[in-house]
Design a protein around this ligand. Structure first.
Ligand SMILES: [Cu+2]
Length: 127
C-alpha cells in the first residue's frame, strides 16, 4: 500500500514538474533577427517564442521596445500578442529616415506559467 502511494505521488510530482516547465518560454526567432545587418527597417518588430504567451484580455502585459542608435524609441507601443508571437509597429518616421547604427530590442513577456521572461539583443541598420 505504502509503495503504491509513494509511486502515485512521484508520478504526480513528475507531471506537475513537466507541465510547469513546459509553460515557461524562451525567444526562438525574431524579425529582424539578432545580430542582423539590414538596409531598411521593417514595418514592425516581431518576436516568436517557444510557447504561447499569457494574455489578460486587452491589457498589454507583453512588451517589446526598440531603441535606435541615438537612444530614441522607434516602436509605437501598440504591442500585439497572438499566441506565441509578440509584435509592435515601428514609427513611420523611423522607417522613412532609418538611422544607420545599432538598434537595441528589449522585451518583457509573461509565460503561461506567469513567469516573466525578459531579454534584449541588437541588430544593425546600414544604409
Ligand atoms: Cu516559468
Amino acid at each position: 500500500m505504502k509503495k503504491r502511494v509513494l509511486g502515485f505521488s512521484v508520478a504526480l510530482f513528475t507531471i506537475a514538474g513537466i507541465s510547469a516547465a513546459s509553460a515557461h518560454t524562451v525567444l526562438i526567432a525574431s524579425n529582424p533577427t539578432q545580430g542582423a545587418v539590414i538596409k531598411a527597417l521593417p514595418t514592425k518588430i516581431t518576436l516568436s517564442f517557444a510557447d504561447p504567451l499569457l494574455t489578460l484580455g486587452r491589457k498589454i502585459i507583453n512588451k517589446v521596445v526598440v531603441i535606435d542608435s541615438t537612444n530614441k524609441v522607434v516602436t509605437t507601443g501598440n504591442d500585439v500578442t497572438k499566441g506565441a508571437v509578440l509584435s509592435d509597429s515601428l514609427a513611420k518616421i523611423a522607417k522613412i529616415a532609418a538611422k544607420s547604427g545599432k538598434y537595441r530590442v528589449s522585451y518583457r513577456v509573461s509565460a503561461q506559467d506567469g513567469h516573466i521572461v525578459s531579454g534584449s539583443f541588437f541588430f544593425t541598420v546600414r544604409n
